[in-house]
Design a protein around this ligand. Structure first.
Ligand code: FAD
Length: 376
C-alpha cells in the first residue's frame, strides 16, 4: 500500500495550493485528480479580485485583462455604473492557472496523479480507493470541488466574439433577473472583441437567458464555445473536518454567496489548512479540528451578511429590481457603491446601505417588512 502524510483529492486551485504548501513543509504529499488535463473543460469566468495576490500566487502572464468597475443592468435595462480608479479584479486564463498551481505543487515535491479518480475513501482510516488500488495517508483533504456538494446552482458560460462593437475592457456587465435570483448574468471581457458571457441560478434554460442577454448587448456576435458547471450553495454550518479528513474550496462550500466566486476564499483556506495539518502531523491529530474554527473566524461574518443579501434578492420581482435601480440612481448609490463596493468583502457596503437608511428608501414599500425581517 502506498503511504503518504497527506493525500489531496482534487487538483483545482484549492487542492494544488494546499499541496504546494504542505509539500514545502517537507511532508509526503499525493494529489489525485480524475481529469487527464487539469483545468479542462473550463468551468469558470476567471474573474478574481486583486486580493488574490495576498492569498495565492498569480503570475502576470496568466492575466488576460484587468477591470476596474462594473455596469449593473436591471431587468428592463436601467444601468448603474460603478468604478474604481485602479484595477479591482483580474480576468485570468483559468485553465492555465490550474496547471500552473499544480506545477508549483510538483516542484515543491508533491506527487500528482492525473487521470486518477477517487472511487471511495475512509475518513476514519485515511484509505483512498483509486483504479483498483488502495492508497493511505495520515491526513486526507477533500478538494473535489462541487461534486462533493449536494445543493448547487447550475451555471453556464459562452465564449463570445462581438463583431459590432469594441467593449470597454475596464468594465464587466452584470445583469440581475428575478428568474435567476440570487444568481445573475455576466459579461466579462477578455479583450475589446471577446468576452465570457454566462449565468448561474436555478433556471431550467440558462442557455436561452444568456442568449437573450447577448442579443440585448449586440446584434452581431458569434458564440465560439459553450461550457457548463455548478456553483455550490453556501452552507456556513457544513462540518469541515471529519475523522482525519478536512474539506476545502468548493467541496467545503467556501464560495461567496453573492457571486459564487471561490478562488480567493479557497486560497485563504489552504493556508489555514496547511498550518493545521502541520500541527496535526507533528504534534497531535486532534488539532485537525482547529481548521473548522479558524475558517469560520476567517469568513463566517462576511458569509452570513452575503447570505442575507441573497435572501433579499430571492424575494424581489423584476419590477422591484427596476424600482430599486431607479431609486439607486436618484439617491446617488453609484457613488456609494463605487466607494464601498468590494468583490470579496461586501459587509462595509451593506453596512453603509443600512446605516444611512438607503436600503429602505430604495426598496418598494410593499416589501419593506419582509426585507426588514431579513436585516433585523
Ligand atoms: C461557470 C462558473 C463560473 C465561475 N466563475 C468564477 C469566477 O469568476 N471567480 C471565482 O473566484 N470563481 C468562479 N467560479 C467558482 C470557481 O470555479 C470555484 O470556486 C473553484 O474552482 C473552486 O476550486 P476548487 O479547487 O475547490 O474546486 P475545483 O476547481 O472544482 O477542482 C476540483 C478538482 O477535483 C477533481 N475531482 C472531482 N472529483 C474527483 C474524484 N472523484 N477523484 C479525483 N479528482 C476529482 C476535479 O477534476 C477538479 O480538478 C465559477 C464557477 C462556475 C461553474
Amino acid at each position: 500500500m502506498t503511504e503518504y502524510d497527506v493525500i489531496i483529492m482534487g487538483a483545482g486551485p484549492a487542492g494544488s495550493t494546499i499541496a504546494r504548501l504542505t509539500a514545502s513543509m517537507g511532508f509526503r504529499v499525493g494529489v489525485l485528480d480524475r481529469k487527464k488535463i487539469l483545468g479542462v473543460p473550463l468551468q469558470c469566468a476567471g474573474l478574481i479580485s486583486h486580493r488574490i495576490t495576498e492569498a495565492n500566487v498569480l503570475p502576470d502572464n496568466l492575466i488576460l485583462n484587468s477591470v476596474r468597475g462594473a455596469v449593473l443592468h436591471s431587468p428592463s435595462g436601467i444601468k448603474l455604473r460603478v468604478s474604481r480608479k485602479r484595477p479591482e479584479a483580474h480576468v485570468i486564463d483559468r485553465t492555465a492557472y490550474d496547471q500552473y498551481l499544480a506545477d508549483l505543487a510538483c516542484e515543491a515535491g508533491a506527487e500528482l496523479r492525473t487521470g486518477t479518480a477517487v472511487r471511495d475513501f475512509s475518513e476514519a482510516t485515511g484509505e483512498v480507493e483509486v483504479n483498483g488500488r488502495t492508497l493511505r495517508a495520515s491526513v486526507l483533504v477533500d478538494a473535489r470541488g462541487q461534486v462533493a456538494i449536494r445543493d448547487k446552482y447550475p451555471a453556464r458560460q459562452f465564449l463570445v466574439r462581438f463583431r459590432d462593437q469594441e467593449m470597454d475592457t475596464d468594465f464587466v456587465d452584470l445583469r440581475v433577473d428575478s428568474r435567476l435570483s440570487p444568481g445573475f448574468l455576466w459579461r466579462i471581457p477578455l479583450d475589446e472583441k471577446t468576452a465570457r458571457v454566462g449565468a448561474f441560478g436555478h433556471h431550467k434554460n440558462l442557455k436561452d437567458l444568456i442568449k437573450g442577454f447577448i442579443s440585448d448587448l449586440s446584434t452581431d456576435f458569434r458564440i465560439m464555445e459553450s461550457h457548463h458547471g455548478f456553483i455550490p450553495e453556501p452552507d456556513p454550518d457544513m462540518e469541515l473536518v471529519g475523522g482525519r479528513c478536512i474539506r476545502i474550496g468548493d467541496a467545503a462550500g467556501q464560495v461567496k454567496p453573492t457571486t459564487g466566486g471561490g478562488i480567493v476564499l479557497a486560497s485563504r483556506a489552504a493556508h489555514v489548512a496547511a498550518e493545521v495539518i502541520q500541527m496535526a502531523l507533528e504534534d497531535d491529530m486532534g488539532l485537525l479540528e482547529n481548521y473548522q474554527e479558524v475558517c469560520r473566524k476567517l469568513y463566517m461574518a462576511e458569509m452570513k451578511n452575503q447570505m442575507r443579501v441573497q435572501r433579499t434578492f430571492r424575494i424581489l420581482s423584476d419590477e422591484d429590481l427596476d424600482h430599486i435601480f431607479l431609486k439607486m440612481k436618484e439617491y446617488g448609490a453609484e457613488e456609494i457603491i463605487s466607494r464601498y463596493g468590494d468583490m470579496d468583502i461586501q459587509t462595509p457596503l451593506i453596512m453603509e446601505f443600512l446605516k444611512s437608511g438607503l436600503l429602505f428608501r430604495i426598496i418598494p414599500s410593499i416589501i419593506s417588512r419582509k426585507v426588514a425581517s431579513i436585516w433585523k
